[in-house]
Design a protein around this ligand. Structure first.
Ligand code: F6R
Length: 607
C-alpha cells in the first residue's frame, strides 16, 4: 500500500526519487518522506500530505549524496503526521528505514526496546525496525538487518540505509513486494516495477525471506540461510508512456479510454484462425485442466466481481461447476477440497495480500493453481502453476477499470479453452470468439458517447443514494457499478441482483433513491422489466441501460443509456463502461480526485 524507493548511484537523487515516488503515489498518499546520506550524515525531509509537498520542500535543499530512500505512506499505525511519515530512524539518526506492510508484533518489540533505553519518536510499527538494526549493528549492516527481521511477525517490504555503510541499500521482503534493478543509472529498490521502469525494464523480484544487498554497480540476493542466489531477471513489458497521464486529467479517464486497446491486447494472439483459443501459460498444465471437475475462483473487490461473471461464463461455456469466493474469507474456511478441483486467482496487481494468502493456503493442499494477473512477475503470477497475463498495461488509477474489462475478456478465453477440451463445438466457440473480437469497437462507441453520461451525472449529482441492479451476467456488473460510484464519489450505492430486491432492499426505495437497471436484450429481459416496474411503482427514479434500438424500454424508465448489442455472455464488458464513466463524472463534479480516493490504496498489501 505504501510505496518504497531506494536508489544508490550518481544521478540527481532527489529529482529521480520524486519522479519514481510520483508513479507510486497511487499506492498510498497521506504523507511522504525521504532520507539521504550526505557527507555531513543522514539528512531527511518528511511531510504530511502529498508527494508534491515533498517536492516543494526539497527545492529548498541542495542534497548531493547517495544512497537515498523515498516513501509514500498509506497509514496503518499512527495518523498521517510528519513524525509518522517514513523514513523512520534509530536513536542516533544513522539508520533510515522505509517499509510497506504491517509488523504485527511491534508493540512487544517496542516495549522491550524502550526498556533497553531506545527513544521512539513516532507511533509507527516501522520504527522498531530501525531501532532493532541499531541494536544489532556490529560492523555488518546486512547481518543487523537479518537479525532484526528474524524478530518480525507480519508483512514487510523494506529498504534500509545507514551512514555506517553508505555504499549500499539493504532490502528485505516478507509478503509485501520488492523489486531490485541495477542498470547504467545505478542500483534501485522499489515496491513496484512501475516506479523504476524508466531506468530499466529488467527487474529481479525478491521472494519471501530473501535479502538483497544493492550497490551502485551490482547486487547480491541471499536466502534466509545466507546462500547467494542466482535469480533470473523478469522483463516488464510496459513502456513509460503507459504509466503517464498522456494529456488526460486523470489516470482513471485515460484507462477507461484505453479499454478498446487493452481488450485487444488481452486477446491478441490468443485466438486461432480456426476458432480455437491458445493460452501459452496453460500449456504445461493442459492435461490437468482436461480432467478438472471443479474450479474455484478467488479474488477481491473488482477482481471478485469479474470472477463472478467468470463463473457464469465457465459454467455455461465449458460445463465445469465453478465456485467463486472472496479470497479473504476463503482463507479462514475449514473447507473440504474436491479431488479434481482447480483454483483460479484473479488479481490486477498480483500482490493483493488476501488473494496471495488464499493462494498459499491452497498450495499447502497441493491443488492445481492458476492465475489471471496483469502485473508481470508479481507474486501471484510467480506462485501459480499456470496462468494468463492480462497485458492490459499498467493500471494506475485506484479505481480498477481497464483491468476489469480485460479480466472479463480473458475469462471468456479461458471458458472457451476449457469448453474446447470438453463438449464445446468449433462453430460455437468461433461464434463467441468472433464476437469477443468485436468488443473493442463497441466499447469505443460507448466511450465516444461519454458526454451523454456526463449529462446524466449532472442531472443526478445531488442524489445521495443509488441502487444498481441486474441479473445473471449483469448481476456482478451491478455490483461493480455500485463499487465504482462509492469508492470515488463517496455516494452510497448498493449493487443487487434485481430478483433480490423484493426480499428486503426494495424497502429503501422512494423518490430520492434512483436505480440503474441493466436491462439488455437477454434471457432475463422480461424478468428485468418486471423488477424495474416494481421499483417504479415505489416512485424510484429509473435509469435503464438498454440495448441500442430498444424503443419499448422508454416506457419503463425516466432515462435510458444505450449500448451496442452483443451476446449475453459478453455483455458485462459493455455494460460496465457507462457505470465507470458515471462514477468518474460524479466524482469530478463533486470536486474529488478520482485517481486518489480517500482511505484507499491501489495495491492492498495488508490483510
Ligand atoms: C476497486 C479496486 C479494488 C481491487 C481489489 C483487488 O476499483 O480496484 O477493489 O479490485 O483491491 O485488487 P487486485 O485485482 O490487484 O487483486
Amino acid at each position: 500500500m505504501c510505496g518504497i524507493i531506494g536508489y544508490v548511484g550518481s544521478k540527481n537523487n532527489t529529482e529521480l526519487g520524486i519522479r519514481a515516488l510520483k508513479r507510486l503515489e497511487y499506492r498510498g498518499y497521506d504523507s511522504a518522506g525521504m532520507a539521504i546520506i550526505e557527507e555531513s550524515g543522514l539528512e531527511s525531509v518528511k511531510v504530511s500530505g502529498k508527494v508534491d509537498k515533498l517536492r516543494d520542500k526539497l527545492k529548498e535543499t541542495d542534497f548531493k549524496g547517495t544512497p537515498t530512500l523515498f516513501h509514500s505512506r498509506w497509514s496503518t499505525h499512527g495518523g498521517p503526521t510528519r513524525e509518522n511519515a517514513h523514513p523512520q530512524f534509530d536513536c542516533k539518526g544513522e539508520v533510515a528505514v522505509v517499509h510497506n506492510g504491517i509488523i504485527e508484533n511491534f508493540t512487544k518489540i517496542k516495549e522491550r526496546l524502550i526498556e533497553e533505553g531506545h527513544k521512539f519518536s513516532s507511533e509507527t510499527d516501522t520504527e522498531v525496525i530501525a531501532h532493532l538494526i541499531e541494536k544489532f549493528y556490529d560492523g555488518d549492516l546486512e547481518e543487523a538487518v537479518r537479525k532484526a527481521i528474524n524478530l518480525l511477525e507480519g508483512a514487510y517490504g523494506l529498504a534500509v540505509i545507514s551512514t555506517k555503510e553508505p555504499d549500499k541499500i539493504i532490502a528485505a521482503k516478507m509478503s509485501s513486494p520488492v523489486v531490485v534493478s541495477v542498470n547504467e543509472a545505478g542500483g534501485f529498490v522499489s515496491s513496484d516495477p512501475a516506479a523504476i521502469v524508466e531506468h530499466s525494464k529488467n527487474m529481479i523480484f525478491l521472494e519471501d525471506e530473501e535479502i538483497a544487498i544493492v550497490t551502485e554497480d551490482g547486487f547480491r540476493i541471499k536466502d534466509r540461510d545466507q546462500n547467494v542466489l542466482e535469480k533470473e531477471e523478469v522483463e516488464i513489458d510496459w513502456d513509460l508512456k503507459e504509466a503517464q497521464k498522456s494529456g488526460y486529467d486523470h489516470f482513471m479517464m485515460k484507462e477507461m479510454m484505453e479499454q478498446p486497446k487493452s481488450i485487444k491486447d488481452s486477446i491478441r494472439g490468443r485466438i486461432t484462425d480456426d476458432g480455437d483459443v491458445k493460452l501459452g501459460g496453460l500449456d504445461e498444465i493442459s492435461h490437468e485442466l482436461e480432467s478438472l471437475e471443479k474450479l474455484t475462483i478467488l479474488a477481491c473487490g473488482t477482481s471478485h466481481f469479474a470472477s463472478m461473471v467468470g463463473k457464469y461464463l465457465i459454467e455455461e461455456i465449458s460445463g465445469i461447476p465453478v465456485e467463486v469466493g472472496l479470497a479473504s474469507e476463503f482463507r479462514y474456511r475449514k473447507r473440504p477440497y474436491d479431488k479434481k478441483e482447480g483454483f483460479l486467482f484473479v488479481s490486477q496487481s498480483g500482490e493483493t495480500a488476501d488473494t496471495l494468502k488464499a493462494l498459499e493456503e491452497v498450495k499447502k493442499r497441493h491443488a492445481l493453481t492458476l492465475g489471471i494477473v496483469n502485473v508481470v512477475g508479481s507474486s501471484i503470477a510467480r506462485k501459480t502453476d499456470g496462468g494468463v497475463y492480462n497485458h492490459a498495461g499498467p493500471e494506475i488509477g485506484v479505481a480498477s477499470t481497464k483491468a476489469f474489462t480485460s479480466q472479463l475478456s480473458i475469462l471468456t478465453l479461458l471458458a472457451v479453452y476449457l469448453g474446447r477440451q470438453r463438449d464445446l463445438s468449433k462453430p460455437e466457440s468461433a461464434k463467441i470468439l468472433t464476437e469477443l473480437e468485436q468488443l473493442p469497437k463497441k466499447v469505443e462507441s460507448i466511450l465516444e458517447n461519454r458526454e451523454e453520461i456526463k449529462e446524466k451525472a449532472e442531472r443526478y449529482k445531488d442524489y445521495e443514494h443509488f441502487l444498481f441492479m441486474g441479473r445473471r451476467y449483469n448481476y456482478p456488473t451491478a455490483m461493480e457499478g455500485a463499487l465504482k460510484l462509492k469508492e470515488i464519489s463517496y455516494i452510497h450505492a448498493e449493487g443487487y441482483s434485481a430478483a433480490e430486491m423484493k426480499h428486503g432492499p426494495i424497502a429503501l426505495i422512494d423518490e430520492d433513491f434512483p436505480t440503474f437497471a441493466v436491462c439488455l436484450q437477454s434471457s432475463v429481459y422480461g424478468k428485468m422489466i418486471s423488477n424495474v416496474e416494481e421499483i417504479r411503482a415505489r416512485k424510484g427514479p429509473m435509469i435503464v441501460l438498454a440495448t441500442e434500438g430498444d424503443e419499448d424500454i422508454k416506457n419503463h424508465s425516466d432515462d435510458v443509456i444505450e449500448i451496442p448489442q452483443t451476446m449475453e455472455v459478453l455483455s458485462p464488458v459493455l455494460a460496465v463502461v457507462p457505470f465507470q464513466l458515471f462514477a468518474y463524472y460524479m466524482a469530478v463534479l463533486k470536486g474529488f480526485d478520482p485517481d486518489k480516493p480517500r482511505n484507499l490504496s491501489k495495491v492492498v498489501t495488508v490483510e
